[in-house]
Ligand binder design. Structure first.
Ligand SMILES: [Zn+2]
Ligand SMILES: [Zn+2]
Length: 308
């Protein structure tokens, strides 16, 4: 389709007037009107149409950047974005029911609700383009504090670094690169060259005390904790990467289709439990609802009313 005014091919930014004439942009529509010194009477659906059009274009332009710039709670952010779009679509339920049957604006509004549903599929399938981190690790494999023996070795290595003129280095690395959850010789770099440099400096000191040093390719947990762990850890859920403890939380990922169906029928039969869920009296309810919603969306099953 080409623009009525400039004759150029149009993209998703196209706009129509009340008669259904199509333009590539607001500018072209304004120009067209100006040249003919015409204007249209305001139309009852005009505002609804213009706001929805703007909302759709904004989403199209920004949803991916918005998600990509976030670092934590990614699965949850996807849920929230999808729910926002649900609301936007639901606000136009009259037009959906009539399948856009009431003039050009009504038709376009209906089309936007369909396009938004389509867009939701892309957002649901989005997974982060995760950044590889390089974890230079010496000894501590347990969370929390070092055992006495390791602590002694760690102190000795640091002392040797001081005495050899690496005082600034070790202070800098501890301050900036210390692993968020591991003490001792555990430093995280987002740059392989820097990790290698640190490794080369530390290596002879570690060798002296029999400490095995390695560089582990790692990712950051995509929940909220900011833990960093080896990239090949078996803690991916629904395509998101989690640390061990976050991966155990019940709200991550989706049920299998079988699990979902048995949850749904179970709750349908159990009045007491259903009431508990509706009233959100217990701590487990909110995460459970989220997972049910996400699962329904994933399998294209209508969400039951007790989840809303
Ligand atoms: Zn144009
Ligand atoms: Zn975590």
């Amino acid at each position: 389709m080409n623009c009525t005014q400039c004759k150029k091919e149009m993209d998703e930014r196209y706009i129509i007037d009340a008669k259904g004439t199509i333009y590539c942009s607001e500018d072209c529509m304004d120009q067209y009107m100006e040249e003919r010194e015409s204007s249209y009477d305001s139309h009852p659906y005009e505002d609804t149409y213009l706001i929805l059009r703007r909302g759709y274009i904004d989403l199209l332009d920004h949803w991916e950047d918005t998600l990509n710039k976030e670092k934590i709670n990614l699965e949850l952010l996807v849920d929230e974005l999808l729910e926002e779009i649900d609301e936007l679509i639901d606000d136009h339920s009259d037009f959906i029911r009539a399948e856009g049957d009431d003039g050009p604006y009504a038709w376009e509004i209906y089309q936007y609700t369909l396009k938004l549903r389509e867009l939701q599929k892309y957002i649901l399938a989005w997974r982060p383009n995760r950044k590889m981190l390089y974890w230079v690790t010496g000894m501590d494999t347990n969370y929390g504090s070092l055992d006495k023996n390791q602590e002694g070795i760690y102190d000795k290595i640091c002392m040797d670094l001081y005495l050899t003129g690496y005082e600034d280095f070790i202070l800098y690395v501890i301050k900036i690169h210390q692993h968020p959850y591991h003490w001792g010789l555990d430093y995280v770099f987002d740059n392989l060259d820097m990790a290698k440099e640190a490794y080369e400096i530390l290596k002879p000191f570690c060798d002296k005390y029999g400490v095995e040093l390695s560089i582990v390719e790692s990712y950051k947990c995509e929940a909220h904790c900011e833990d960093v762990l080896e990239a090949d850890a078996d803690t991916y859920i629904n395509g998101f990467f989690y640390c061990y403890s976050c991966s155990e939380s019940q709200e991550r990922g989706v049920f299998t289709l079988l699990e979902l169906k048995s949850e749904l029928t179970g709750i349908e039969k159990n009045n007491e439990e259903r009431q508990e869920i509706i009233e959100e009296r217990k701590d487990w309810v909110a995460p459970f609802k989220r997972k049910i919603k996400r699962s329904c969306r994933t399998y294209g099953i209508d969400t039951p009313s007790w989840v809303e």
